[in-house]
Design a protein. Structure first.
Length: 158
């Protein structure tokens, strides 16, 4: 069986590098805010910049992602506005969810980020439903769900 491999072009590689650096800087700033007591809780995704960047490099505007309690990096890789994200973390009305979602429930439907959730593995069936809906609508949109190893033994995954 023959396999083909296509290396990303320079423009894509530069986008990926910038995205990973942006994720790291955002997380560092959010950590400083949490340490100063400006955020209610903070689940950092430092060290996890590459996976959402690599995945989202292959997604379009009409594709969907769902995340975990650590989803800032998913949001940034999907293209959410950094100012709106930080406002959300700070509980401000100018946030992506008017300050009501905070760090663990950040979402922006207009960008295809359908939400993050603190319950382990809970977005797996949601992503499945999103994929089914796309298929029933006749679109070629895809649905991606990010989860950690703790969710790998959830019944909904199997």
């Amino acid at each position: 069986m023959a396999t083909t491999s296509t290396a990303p072009d320079t423009k894509t590689l530069l986008w990926m590098y910038r995205t990973m650096v942006t994720i790291r800087r955002f997380e560092e700033q959010a950590r400083r805010g949490a340490d100063a007591g400006k955020l209610r809780g903070m689940h950092s995704s430092i060290g996890q910049e590459a996976v959402p960047t690599g995945v989202c490099a292959h997604l379009g505007d009409d594709d969907y992602i769902l995340g975990t309690h650590r989803s800032h990096h998913h949001c940034i890789a999907k293209g959410l506005d950094l100012s709106e994200m930080m406002a959300e973390l700070l509980g401000k009305v100018t946030g992506t969810n008017r300050g009501k979602g905070g760090t663990m429930h950040i979402a922006d439907i207009n960008k295809g980020m359908l939400g993050a959730n603190g319950v382990v593995g809970s977005n797996i069936p949601v992503a499945t439903g999103v994929a089914l809906a796309a298929r029933m609508r006749g679109t070629d949109s895809v649905s991606v769900v990010f989860f950690g190893d703790g969710a790998a033994n959830q019944g909904s995954l199997h």
